[in-house]
Write a protein that binds this ligand. Sequence first.
Ligand code: PHE
Ligand code: ZN
Length: 862
Amino acid sequence: MDIQNALAAPAITRREDYRPPEWLVPEVALDFDLDAARTVVRSRLSVERNGAHGEPLRLDGAGQELLAVLVDGVAVNDWRLDGGGLVIPLGGDEHVVELEVVIEPERNTQLMGLYASNGILCTQCEAEGFRRITYFSDRPDVLSMYHVRMTADAARYPVLLANGDPVASSDLGDGRHRAEWNDPFPKPSYLFALVAGDLQVNKGAFTTRSGRDVELGIWVRAADLPKTDHALYSLQEAMAWDERVYGREYDLDVFNIVAVDDFNFGAMENKGLNIFNSRYVLADADTATDYDYDAIAAVVAHEYFHNWSGNRVTCRDWFQLSLKEGFTVYRDQGFSADQGSAAVNRIEAVRTLRASQFPEDAGPLAHPVRPDSYQEISNFYTATIYNKGAELIRMMATILGPAKFRAGSDLYFERSDGTAATCEDFVACMEEAGGVDLAQFRRWYTQAGTPRVQASLSHDDGRARLRLAQATPPTPGQPVKEPMLLPLKVKLFGAETGRALADERLVLLGDPAETIVFDGVTERPVLSINRGFSAPVVIESDRSAADLAFLSAHDDDPFARYEAMQQLMLDALVADAVEGDRSNADAVVAAVADTLDDPALDPAFRAEAVLLPSESFIGDQMSVVDPDAIFRAREALRRTLGERLAERWAAAYDGPREPYSYTPEAKGRRRLRNVALGYLAAARGGAADKLAFTQFEAADNMTDRMGALTVLANGTSDLREAALDIFYSRYRDNALVLDKWFQVQALSSRDDTGVAVAALARHPDFTLGNPNRARSLIGAFGVNQRAFNARGGEGYRFLANQLLELDRLNPQTAAKLLPSLGRWRRFDGARAALMRAELARIVGAAGLSRDLFEQASKSLEG
Ligand code: PHE
Ligand code: ZN
């Protein structure tokens, strides 16, 4: 590490150091003179000393020019700037502090604070962006009432939006106009938002169950207006769902959503004014896939649900982030499950958890759901906080049952409304309303790592014994783990009759090892365990391929059927990748055939169940990841399935064509057809490219077009270039669709993907300045296991170069893409050395952001 970085090594913030704020700020008035080049912000804070102490007022700030400081109406000069913050000595207990600062939105490439995106001025304040707008007590436990006044050019910025309700607007006569907004709900600064731009609105209405008429608006550029109906409909559905399922009503007269093209995350739940990455708003059949439609509904619901789980009840400090994020993800998953197929939704949620959270738990960046420390909080918007956090809520719901869980949620909202709460507050409400002891369960918040459960079943004399043993592997900073409380849903099936031998049992495994006894077991039992994925753990069992195939055909829990098939496939793939043993392929073929033939299963479920596990998930099962062997094994099994079940794939593919509609049934049929196309291509090689190209040209929707393009992009025929060219010329002006064009090439399984991606990084339409575009190429390449891990290390070098360049523009987005390089421990010595060399190069780079430094240095140590 070079000396400069060692000296600049950022301070660590620790959970145990939490202290209540020294000063409160009950009211804020903000006055913005908006201009992309130079915006003047005047603020008026009423401040109150919190408790008896003599400390000065300390305000956070960054990246602004301070013009004036007034205390109680009088200009003062005894303030000082300290580490970016502003310190003002104050004699009394209550004062009015006025500040004037200047900021430069159009030079803000970090996309934190006030910035410009394609001519729209907008804000992003979570977690610590408000301090880039003006000096303020920028911490989530300081709650203030905001009054906002905006003045701007009327032609360039005809629409002026902020939190809460609009209270006044006026034309200033000189080409400028003004609007005032008032938010009656006290909120932390991270929920502040404003938008100024030339926007059109798709308006809708919603009447809450107590009779409040709410005006809904989806604000976009004029050309995008036809693509906003799905977002608006999803919002109305989400509002009704939250009333029905959680008893939560909306509380203002307006609710606005604005779409912007440059955004670091998915969307932001600012009170009454959600700001979205346009990819989670805009959809029509021609440009958005079914996956996009579902993601829009889920994200719109997620941000709306934050109005209670996040805004009405917010977080005391950022270590409590999962209080709002884990709970809100759990809520949006429930919404999505109710909108479509619950089984398929659960499968997708578990797939996401395994693809992004399990590797996090197993790597150098592992952290508890409630972390103990951070250097840069932006690095903690992780799959652990969000997705594992949601699993914790789900486990509590499983332990309590639906009625008591709802009572716990009601108690939590009632007791914590208007406060900044902690994860502990939430668990305490669940404990109280549920009448259960969650003492051991709390370890889920403090211990990182994915527990592993060994399960073995024995049977004699009419009795089955299930022996369960749990252990959690060490993670950085936590060498020794305590046993966890694991809610495991278990059921036994008879191997001969196929019938259930007993009702499903909920086993609460709390000891390191336990034996569960089942009586009246008259035939050989087959174990179905962790049904519905009731606990986010890895199950290690000695079930044979035959038993897994049996469960994949007979289990009455659809998730367990899927899971049995996955395990069967995984066992076969690992055996081939490690030992070249292909003896289990027949069992996989037979099980896939049974699933395809089962008329009781809907097409969407069949499509999910017959998909092979991803290359990286296969790698997670191996002691040393061998990307080339995994790829070879997976391709071989894909080809075997394609060839041996050729008629079934053809039948699934050739079914009657129907015009596009977005219903769960039509979606499922499209999904199955595209999965079938993939298997046909695996069997027929280049011969299937014609089929794919025909589908590509005939498609009346983006799902089928992308399904075909994905197959073509993996192939080698001339039709590949033709399709990519057609797609490019058709959509070159649509940024969101062009992202797909970059992504499909970065994810390609072709041998030359590394070279192709390096060339695409020089394409005139590629830019690191737009986070979606950067993710579509660089992010996708980083998760392409085989291409990224090319033996010579050129993939690692490419990613490191891109991240160093991106870091200068947008540290948050750069840091998000680093973890692919941090998995070196999982690979052979040669690859590990190459990855470490790139990490060391990043850590040593001059002028590195705190964000990238934390991720890279922790990954190197790990
Ligand atoms: N709070 C946002 C969400 O999950 C995520 C987000 C975090 C957005 C930080 C922007 C910046 O809904
Ligand atoms: Zn969220």
